[in-house]
Design a binder for this molecule. Structure first.
Ligand code: DNO
Length: 392
């Protein structure tokens, strides 16, 4: 095995991030994952704006390893309005990024909401805090706040009973918090409103999973030729959570769905961001099998861990503390990387809020110390694997 580790990277939200590039350097990262969050979804990222970010990172000694994300505008996902212009804009953004040597672009194709959690400060036994997705709490939101027609069909009688009793006797402020948590977007970007969500649910119900896959394929067919010309690798982030919620269709949450997407648009530029936390929250998913089957498509990795409950609820855990065996995945990824001429970038995705960060306001999932701990552990695992392979 080639004794070179994957490329340890760190998600930085730009100049508004309370964590500095210098701190990220001290945390052990070699590359940066970032996006131009201040540019409205759908607008072209100009060479001037991209250049400013490249220069800022360069000054701190970092390459811009991955763009996460160039967001896909809702009108592209729904194929409505000025989607043709938006597709042209996306292509132009990719060309502009490529002109700065940026080669990997992450995106997701989740309707309206990016990742969804019901609680952002779930206390673990050691008093650190984690993000959590609770099915009963989702049912409270779905049935009693969103008041989605037919929502009760998605929950067991027991969940409905528990949700009704939670809704009748909520802790002060809890219902508002629940709503804000579910509607929350990417840190530093605006949240969806309840009205947006209601409207979108109707639109997406008419589109359905087949229609959404078709819209994704049409998006890729428009941008992949640009990627081929400009040497860009697109990577789709899996749906998080990787199953249907709130009546919204999901199309990238399992091996079968990812395979279907690749069969539909076979160009090697149609790649995957392997997120162990998102895929790991699906009981249908065998993560080593996904990597074994689709490893050649993986060009970016999120290492994160979760603990799953039988009803589909889960909470995030320390990187080495959950149901997913990150050591095994790291070993497989090192083998996949051997077949490549380039290192695969990875980042410690989400960390627990812990130690000194408990007293601070941090972006949910993106505090410094929990991620630093995760990164240190991941680098150690990688080194352990490569050292032992060298010996054998
Ligand atoms: C959550 C992240 C996601 C991810 C996007 C990619 O913490 O993993 O927000 O960046 O879904 O487009």
């Amino acid at each position: 095995m080639n004794p070179i580790s994957l490329l340890p990277a760190w998600r930085w939200f730009g100049p508004g991030d309370s964590i500095s590039l210098e701190e990220i350097r001290q945390a052990g990262a070699e590359g940066i994952v970032t996006a131009l969050h201040h540019i409205p979804h759908g607008a072209v990222w100009s060479p001037v704006e991209i250049g400013k970010r490249v220069a800022e990172l360069g000054k701190a000694g970092f390459p811009w390893s991955v763009v996460e994300s160039v967001p896909v505008h809702e009108s592209i996902k729904t194929r409505t309005g000025d989607f043709r212009q938006l597709l042209a804009n996306y292509g132009q953004t990719l060309r502009n990024l490529a002109s700065f040597g940026i080669r990997t672009v992450c995106y997701n194709f989740m309707p309206v909401l990016d990742w969804t959690r019901t609680q952002l400060d779930y206390e673990l036994p050691d008093h650190s805090r984690a993000l959590r997705f609770d099915r009963t709490e989702l049912a409270v939101f779905d049935m009693f706040i969103l008041e989605r027609a037919g929502a009760e069909k998605d929950y067991s009688p027991e969940t409905i009973k528990n949700a009704a009793s939670l809704f009748r006797n909520p802790a002060p402020g809890w219902l508002d918090r629940l709503q804000a948590n579910i509607l929350m977007g990417v840190p530093g970007e605006s949240s969806a409103t309840l009205e947006d969500l209601k409207r979108s649910i109707q639109v997406y119900q008419a589109i359905g999973p087949e229609g959404l896959l078709e819209n994704l394929a049409l998006f890729l067919e428009a941008v992949i030729p640009v990627c081929e010309e400009s040497d860009i690798q697109m990577v789709i982030h899996p749906d998080d959570p990787p199953f249907d919620i709130l009546g919204l269709p999901r199309i990238a949450g399992s091996l079968e769905e990812l395979q279907r997407l690749i069969q539909r648009v076979p160009s090697p530029r149609n790649g995957i961001c392997f997120c162990s936390g998102s895929l790991g929250a699906g009981s249908q998913n065998d993560l080593p099998l996904i990597l074994e089957t689709l490893g050649d498509r993986v060009h970016f990795v999120h290492f994160r861990n979760v603990h799953n409950l039988p009803d589909g609820s889960f909470h995030e855990t320390a990187h080495l503390g959950g149901d997913v065996d990150l050591g095994q995945l790291m070993e497989m990824l090192l083998r996949i990387q051997e077949r490549r001429s380039e290192r695969i970038p990875y980042r410690p995705d989400h960390g627990l809020q812990m130690l000194d960060d408990l007293g601070k306001t941090t972006f949910p999932g993106y505090s410094l110390i929990g991620r630093m701990k995760g990164l240190a552990e991941l680098r150690g695992i990688s080194l352990g694997i490569t050292a032992s392979t060298r010996r054998n």
